[in-house]
Write a protein that binds this ligand. Sequence first.
Ligand SMILES: [Zn+2]
Length: 376
Amino acid sequence: MNNSLTIAKIRGIRIRLHISWLLVLAILTYALATGFFPLRYEFDTVTNWILGASSALLLFVSVFIHELAHSVIAQKKGLGVRSITLFFFGGLANIESDPEKPLVEFKISIGGPLASFGLGLFFYFLYIADLGLYLTPLFDYLSKINFMLAIFNMIPAFPLDGGRVFRSILWAYLDDHKKATKIASNSGKIFGSILIALGIVLFPSGIWFVFMGLFLMFLAETGYKQVLVKFALEKINIKELVSERPLIDPNWTIDEYLKWCRKENVLSAIAKKGDDYFAVELDNLQKIKKKTKDIPPVSSIMKKTKTIDTEKDEPFKLFKEMQNNNIGIMPVIENGDYIGIISTDSFYRLIKVINLQEKLSESFPDIIKPANNNSD
Ligand SMILES: [Zn+2]
């Protein structure tokens, strides 16, 4: 997520605050200081606001612990965790790859709600211990909200934790990852629509539910699409993605390069200098300063790039890497020689065709076999 500030690093995981987090912190403090506390206790205004702000902050500490639980289990299962971001709708652990086994997904997904439940119990004991005038209401709120977080997250609506738990059980039972995701994603959409309907009934105070419902429906759909992409890319050979494209001369001027782009009808190219490969993308042209004496060389917009090995690299991993790092084009090497390029567009085109092939084979099951390997 952009617009985030890294505030710490724990176990190699960057802890980030998204700009929208400040907004929700303010709204929450306001709601607690003017709603929750005055309704239950008889404190003065200043106390209500101090309690509101500290509860809101501690709620986010609780959300963070929930995400940390997911992350630590993921790390123990050998999956990399890039970051935990706190934002408007709570927290998000950015785990590098999806679990390959249902049991691993089950453990990672249930870890967060279990942590929330544990925190709920912890704060409940502090609440009944009655430690002091101001601490008791604080722990009252924190125990309630953590129990609520545990319950809400366990609703079997993908991609909420409960939806992932639901998917992992279906996945183990059906032995079909795709089908399990489809069902879990549909339950996510149904729950999303229920939230939206509820929000409309409770309008205007229910507007929050409408946003959450829409957000959940969007996530349920993209989550399913990601799985479709994974399955589509698992079926292909990396060579299907390669387009031929001659290497360009790094000594060209940008003017010469643009003429070449026009002739070849392309927007990007690869240049080689010594043993290193460089990506040349027209988007980088915007960085050129106006009014230099000579036309700058193409090397001024070149960016050093890794190469793709047709023997070693896997399409899905490569696709995620290119997406995550905003890479548009990469050179492909076979037996030590440059054979062409793979661009993110090559992925999108191929995924689209494979999905259409699948739809067609569903419509004509007797005539067309499902789009499997590229053997035919
Ligand atoms: Zn969670």
